[in-house]
Write a protein of this length. Structure first.
Length: 440
């Protein structure tokens, strides 16, 4: 019955033809929605944006997938990057993206603001943001956030992580080893292109001021990239990675120390996976000194909360740190795009509706996306762009429900008003924001 209802729904939306078999009509599957009750900084910026797809090859990498056959095979690891950037004045404000659902088979069309191959803006250079998806995922999973940041004066590069996308999902060990390496390689490649004559990125990117966003396994990679070295026990876990290969990410290792990158000024880790599985401990998390903003659902049963994301927050003692919690949200809190209409149908391949990969049973996805856009704008605004005024949007009472609404007869907040800055009255329900300066 559930399958019949879901198929009837998508067929009704498409005028009787299954949307999975043809492009969605214009306006479908929008990734740029802003709800009327969205917090202040979630709104798009004033800049039109372009988007281009590039491929980048990291030569002579260890082939984790093929190591099961023995030896230490190496290969050239090619990644696809989707790059959003401020575009020239007069560029339009609508574009579409063709991508795949969680099943890796159903092609869908997303509608957003990026104009394909638009002329870059004359201004700049603009700070860089790297976006890293989950396992599996792809470069469009957080495209709503990529677009939003680009309209505010960032160049944003989202990675298709090889062996970890909907289309090429392979051994989990490849993700464990390669995720942080891919993130830094993408940064290096964007820096190279920004310095190359004739490239569309030439002179457009300020890689010395970079932000990094990772979700789930992307968050795992972001924690390592920020300096959180994994445990000796994790290196020795059987059947996850070829023996010894994870040691390049181990706390205190020469390899981890050598990869510390001062270009990365701030990190956002959304539902990072691993702490609940013993991949980090307090000693390993002491290696993070870069400001870091964690986001999580309080009932995340994939990455864990008390023994997962909150434990990471508590143990990141040497960095300015935040933890935004969505009460009663699960693992999909804040990161994924709104579930495409086609995802409502049960997948014969998966045995369930791909909808479950994007949505949360309690929270509206657009609502969570807007909240994430608001806080990432404030956090990167302060730490990547150096706008100290953005810090006011982060200096909040911990539990939004404890904020006091106090206004004068003209509706202006009085000195007693402590409700979350940027949120209209009563609209921060279900949220909390922990924060701490460096130090235990």
């Amino acid at each position: 019955m559930r399958k019949m209802f879901a198929m009837a729904f998508v067929m009704a939306l498409s005028g009787g033809a299954a949307l999975a078999q043809e492009p969605a009509p214009e306006g479908y599957n929008r990734i740029d929605l802003i709800r009327p009750d969205a917090p202040e900084l979630s709104a798009h910026g004033d800049l039109p944006i372009g988007v281009r797809t590039i491929e980048a090859t990291n030569p002579d990498q260890l082939d984790i997938v093929d190591m099961a056959a023995g030896g230490e095979p190496r290969y050239d690891r090619t990644l696809t990057l989707e790059v959003w950037y401020p575009a020239a004045e007069g560029t339009g404000d609508q574009g579409t993206y063709s991508t795949f659902l969680r099943d890796g088979e159903t092609e869908v069309t997303l509608t957003g603001r990026g104009v394909r191959d638009a002329e870059p803006a004359a201004g700049g250079p603009y700070p860089l943001v790297i976006i890293s998806h989950g396992y599996p995922g792809n470069r469009f999973l957080m495209s709503h956030l990529a677009e939003n940041l680009a309209t505010k004066g960032y160049v944003v590069a989202a990675i298709d992580h090889k062996d970890s996308t909907y289309n090429d999902q392979a051994a989990f060990g490849s993700t464990l080893i390669n995720r942080p390496l891919d993130q830094l390689f993408a940064l290096d490649e964007i820096e190279r292109l920004s310095g190359a004559d004739g490239d569309f990125l030439s002179g457009l990117v300020d890689t010395q001021n970079t932000g990094l966003i990772g979700y789930s396994m992307g968050g795992y990679g972001a924690v390592i990239t920020a300096g959180g070295g994994v445990t000796e026990a994790a290196v020795g876990y059987p059947n996850l990675t070829p023996p010894g290969t994870l040691a390049i990410h181990q706390a205190g290792s020469d390899e981890l120390t050598a990869r510390a990158d001062e270009r990365i000024k701030a990190v956002v880790a959304i539902a990072p996976w691993g702490r609940q599985r013993g991949f980090w401990d307090a000693a390993g998390m002491e290696g993070i000194t870069t400001p870091i903003f964690y986001m999580a659902g309080s009932v995340d049963d994939v990455s864990g909360y008390a023994d997962g994301v909150k434990a990471l927050y508590d143990e990141t003692v040497n960095a300015e740190r935040y933890l935004l919690t969505f009460e009663n949200a699960n693992h999909n809190a804040a990161a994924p795009i709104p579930a495409p209409a086609e995802s409502w149908a049960i997948s014969d391949k998966l045995g369930y509706a791909p909808f479950d990969h994007y949505a949360d049973p309690v929270w509206d996805t657009v609502r969570m996306n807007n909240i994430a856009q608001h806080f990432v704008t404030a956090f990167f605004g302060e730490h990547v762009k150096g706008d100290e005024a953005m810090g006011d949007y982060l200096d909040l009472v911990e539990n939004a429900s404890d904020g006091l609404i106090a206004r004068d007869d003209a509706g202006e907040p009085t000195q007693e008003h402590t409700y979350w800055k940027g949120f209209a009255d009563r609209t921060a329900a279900g949220l909390s924001l922990m924060q701490a300066a460096p130090g235990p």
